[in-house]
Design a protein around this ligand. Structure first.
Ligand SMILES: [Zn+2]
Length: 300
């Protein structure tokens, strides 16, 4: 169910409420969009092996790889910043984080929301909170509390602002998905929830690659390719990253081939796990058949 209470709170009340309410139990149901950490693995880590399929040049440094991108218990932030109204959201940034470029951060986030709204095709249904929290261990990750209408990126001053914005672009799309699809978003097929968020973030995740099809083709040609309905739990960050891009290209394929209306029908039929949506009911083909079509599409 939607919880609209918090939208009427003052920023100070909201922050207090946020601290009190973001319990583990709550987190577990928030959205399939927990995580994102190094989704952008390929660009921050330009100088290690992952850049063999990276669209990003060797221009990024100073990134500390997070130890664990899926630690639910770390997500509740202790936020001490003020709320700054920006377009359709309130930006809340931890004190001491990106202090010299708050205005630029606000502008970047506004631009990112405009961009992903256009790509995704529908706007936020009401105001929400965009939190930029300081990660004590200098990791970069995101989480979307879409029912709470709060999306969050954790970062640190050693991580360049555009990287935090890129993660936020993905989290924004989770909020847009909640607003478009309603409570069904919370049980969406993980492939579709993360796929649409990554696809919606578009150029923020693509670097110099023109589209997700090209990106995934390159990834596959370098030997990294998974069955679509793979559960990445326990497989590590590289697998998760690769799957996010595969899922983004699969979403791109579904929408380009069969249209957005059918995709919207599909999105609300999931049960959380990868591959759980009713592909046959919507496309009259099972996931295996669609996956084969997608693979052929990758080569077009
Ligand atoms: Zn996500």
């Amino acid at each position: 169910m939607y919880d609209t209470r918090k939208s009427s709170l003052s920023p100070a009340e909201f922050l207090r409420s946020l601290r009190e309410n973001l319990t583990l139990a709550r987190l577990a149901i928030l959205t399939g969009g927990l995580i994102v950490i190094s989704l952008l693995l390929s660009w921050p880590l330009a100088n290690n092996s992952s850049d063999r399929y990276s669209p990003w040049p060797n221009s990024q440094s100073g990134f500390t790889r997070p130890e664990n991108d899926q630690t639910l218990g770390n997500a509740a932030p202790s936020i001490t910043g003020d709320a700054l109204p920006v377009a359709q959201f309130d930006m809340i940034v931890d004190d001491g984080l990106y202090t010299d470029d708050r205005r630029a951060l606000a502008d970047d986030l506004k631009q990112a929301l405009d961009y992903v709204t256009k790509r995704f095709g529908s706007p936020p249904s009401s105001r929400f909170n965009a939190v930029v929290a300081r990660d004590a261990s200098c990791g970069l990750h995101g989480v979307a509390y879409t029912e709470e209408r709060t999306v969050q990126v954790s970062s640190c001053n050693d991580i360049a602002r555009p990287r935090a914005v890129a993660i936020m672009a993905h989290e924004f799309v989770h909020q847009l998905a909640q607003d478009r699809y309603g409570p069904a978003h919370l049980s969406a097929d993980l492939m579709l929830a993360e796929g649409v968020a990554t696809w919606g973030a578009g150029e923020y995740w693509l670097g110099s690659q023109p589209d997700f099809r090209s990106y995934v083709r390159g990834q596959r040609d370098s030997g990294i390719f998974y069955a679509l309905a793979t559960d990445y739990t326990g497989k590590g960050i590289d697998a998760m990253n690769a799957l996010y891009y595969q899922w983004a290209s699969f979403v791109d394929f579904l929408i380009a081939t069969y249209g957005r209306e059918k995709f919207d029908h599909l999105y609300v039929t999931g049960h959380g796990t990868p591959g759980s949506a009713d592909y046959r009911g919507v496309y009259d083909k099972d996931l295996g058949a669609l996956e084969q079509e997608w693979q052929a599409w990758l080569d077009q």
